[in-house]
Write a protein that binds this ligand. Structure first.
Ligand SMILES: [Zn+2]
Length: 254
């Protein structure tokens, strides 16, 4: 299927994921394009990814990974990085508690676009998805609806948060894509944003791809002048790499 261009007629986006680094596996390139175009982007992390570093206790990892997420966000022009309280890495469950917390932030931020992660059991490429990602992707779907209905989560009204039904576009990353955004000019910022997860990256297995290699696999498009590999010496430095980079998403207009 031919992918449609990602819309441009919007002002603000909220990106919601389970863990620090989920945004940096590709979506940060799109975020860099958006902030460069003057759009407002807010990150919302459901957990601090505190169970993600085998060699570091969760109490310490929570602080490290929060700071690494904030550093990665800065690389792509995002200063507003929010973390929910009370939800633990690796054991997220769907339900009203999480949905209310997500609806609360949607009412606070009042975004035009919400981007989250696929709730399918497998990514479009076939790899297995994770429980926390599945929970967040599905709860965001329902939280967007609840954020717009004053009679759902009436306690939010009492907190002074009026309904927000202005989310026009809702997207899931990792699912079969409908829309694409050329992020060629923002690939280096995306690499820096993933590299900002220094301690997390350092604890990965030795054979795990480095940030540049990984993002090339995720975002690289075969439009190079080398027909066999789809790559080209685009930087004139003798290194073959994709000529174009592209971020894709399953996007629905509400
Ligand atoms: Zn994750």
């Amino acid at each position: 299927m031919e992918l449609l261009p990602f819309p441009t007629d919007w002002r603000s986006a909220l990106v919601v994921v389970a863990h620090p680094d989920d945004i940096e596996y590709g979506t940060a390139a799109a975020v860099a394009a958006w902030t460069a175009a003057g759009k407002e982007v807010t990150y919302l992390l459901v957990t601090r990814g505190e169970a993600g570093i085998d060699t570091m206790p969760p109490e310490e990892a929570a602080e490290v990974r929060e700071q690494e997420e904030r550093a990665g966000a800065r690389e792509v022009g995002v200063d507003d990085v929010r973390f929910l309280e009370g939800f633990a890495d690796g054991v997220l469950v769907g339900g009203l508690e999480l949905r209310r917390a997500l609806a609360r932030e949607i009412r606070r931020v009042r975004p035009d676009v919400v981007i989250t992660q696929t709730y399918a059991d497998r990514f479009a490429g076939g790899a297995l998805n994770q429980a926390d990602h599945r929970v967040v992707g599905r709860e965001v779907l329902d939280a967007v609806a609840a954020a717009g209905n004053r009679w759902i989560f009436r306690d939010l009204l009492h907190e002074g948060l009026d309904p927000w039904s202005g989310v026009r576009w809702l997207g899931w990353v990792g699912a079969d894509a409908t829309h694409a955004l050329d992020v060629t000019d923002h690939f280096e910022a995306a690499v820096r944003s993933l590299e900002a997860h220094r301690e997390y990256n350092a604890a990965l297995p030795d054979d795990f791809p480095a940030p540049r290699e990984l993002l090339t696999m995720i975002l690289g498009v075969d439009h190079g002048d080398d027909a066999a590999t789809g790559t080209a010496d685009v930087a004139g430095d003798g290194a073959d790499r994709p000529a174009r980079y592209r971020w894709t998403v399953d996007l629905v207009e509400r």
